[in-house]
Design a protein around this ligand. Structure first.
Ligand SMILES: C[S@@+](CC[C@H](N)C(=O)[O-])C[C@H]1O[C@@H](n2cnc3c(N)ncnc32)[C@H](O)[C@@H]1O
Length: 191
């Protein structure tokens, strides 16, 4: 079976400025209504396309930009802007394990990753472990519709798949924000 994983050789696609218009970091951030987050975990951070603008929204906070790919991690280490070197921390993770302590995060998120996961159940359990009680898991991924960009339709997931994975992982107050044209945007709370 062909791999569902993003091909690191296509890394440059992740930095395409067109992405700012179809999934604006400002819009995503404003929709979350977070209250002064200090620790954010970005799972499947890629080139830090979202880690960087989110870190700039925080006052003295940190974004752990986690990825399984050494290509992505090396790229971030070499290319992240100097002024976010303290606030964005590239971090190597395994498929379902993040080397950070329990209950540290105010927000954990995965963007354009859900359809690539080997085990959504195990990574969502890991998100539960990382989050503080009452805090938010955000999952954004391509809608399961035909469109010019993004992964093949056959491997995309539905909003219901994401909701049901979050629910099975113990998340509550699961809601979808219909603000992105090509992506599901689902949040849930660690209760
Ligand atoms: C399509 S890219 C999205 C990158 C970034 N979230 C963005 O939207 O710009 C998916 C990324 O997830 C990484 N990845 C795949 N499976 C992963 C896993 N289980 N845990 C962490 N990262 C993973 C890939 O190496 C790749 O960098």
């Amino acid at each position: 079976m062909e791999s569902k994983k993003f091909d690191p050789a296509k890394l440059v696609k992740l930095n395409d400025p067109k992405r700012f218009t179809i999934m604006s970091p400002d819009l995503i951030w404003d929709t979350l209504h977070l209250s002064d987050p200090q620790v954010i975990v970005d799972i499947g951070a890629g080139t830090g396309f979202f880690s960087v603008p989110f870190s700039e929204k925080m006052k003295n906070g940190k974004v752990y930009a986690c990825d399984i790919s050494d290509v992505m991690l090396d790229w971030m280490k070499e290319n992240l802007p100097a002024d976010v070197k303290e606030s964005v921390v590239p971090l190597k993770m395994e498929e379902t394990k993040v080397p950070l302590p329990d209950d540290i995060a105010d927000l954990v998120y995965m963007i354009n990753l859900h359809h690539e996961l080997d085990s959504a159940k195990d990574i969502i359990a890991e998100c539960q472990r990382l989050l503080k009680k009452g805090d938010t898991l955000m999952i954004i991924d391509w809608k399961k519709e035909e469109m010019e960009d993004g992964p093949p339709l056959s491997i995309r997931v539905t909003e219901e798949d994401i909701r049901s994975d979050m629910h099975a992982g113990g998340f509550t107050k699961i809601i979808a924000h219909p603000v992105l044209p090509y992506h599901h945007f689902v949040v849930g709370e660690k209760s």
